[in-house]
Design a protein around this ligand. Structure first.
Ligand SMILES: Cc1cc2nc3c(=O)[nH]c(=O)nc-3n(C[C@H](O)[C@H](O)[C@H](O)COP(=O)(O)OP(=O)(O)OC[C@H]3O[C@@H](n4cnc5c(N)ncnc54)[C@H](O)[C@@H]3O)c2cc1C
Length: 160
């Protein structure tokens, strides 16, 4: 089978606008792990099922070991928090609380508590499929990722 050119694939994929989330989990010592992710997908409403695609690292390890993860959807002013959890840590640690045994970041647009039901390894990533045991949201605008850059909130809504 022919394979798309890697650069063209990356650039075309970046045109799919997404929100930005921080996946959180507790490791085996009870330490908080977190990583920025935009691969969050809702799979079904009943049962409420989601997936994230995660490459190996500390957060992958904590999610695998605990069988649980939190999805914290970032608000539009949270670019610094996204960078913090994408390998560029800030000196001050982000505020969080432990909810249902999962770290929940403060002031997020939405939070999902997820129980892993299945994992599938695909090339250098693992798909963590999970049922949502609890979720919550507020009406703040989300941070948007498009064309490899952050954008403030969604555009104006249009009629159907
Ligand atoms: C907007 C945005 C969206 C992103 N979306 C995603 C996403 O959907 N999925 C995703 O996986 N990443 C995504 N990333 C990248 C991710 O946030 C960073 O790679 C983050 O640092 C990973 O956190 P960690 O706890 O796994 O880091 P660490 O454990 O500190 O690992 C850092 C990196 O080292 C490498 N590494 C560490 N241990 C291993 C190991 N055992 N085997 C192989 N490699 C290893 C990996 O490349 C890993 O990402 C995104 C980043 C941004 C900015």
């Amino acid at each position: 089978m022919q394979r798309a050119d890697p650069l063209a694939f990356r650039q075309a994929a970046s045109r799919f606008a997404t929100g930005v989330a921080v996946l959180t989990a507790l490791d085996s010592r009870g330490e908080v792990c977190g990583m920025t992710a935009n691969s969050f997908v809702t799979i079904s409403l009943s049962p409420p099922t989601v997936l994230v695609s995660v490459k190996p690292g500390k957060t992958h390890e904590a999610m695998s070991a605990s069988g649980r993860y939190g999805v914290n959807v970032l608000p539009e002013q949270a670019r610094g928090l996204s960078s913090h959890f994408a390998g560029r840590p800030r000196e001050t640690h982000p505020d969080y609380e432990i909810v249902e045994g999962l770290p929940r970041l403060s002031n997020c647009v939405a939070f999902f508590a997820c129980e892993v039901t299945r994992t599938i390894d695909v090339s250098d990533h693992t798909l963590f499929i999970a049922e949502v045991s609890e979720c919550d949201y507020c009406d703040s605008l989300p941070l948007v990722f498009f064309s490899s850059r952050y954008h403030l909130g969604p555009g104006k809504p249009v009629d159907h």
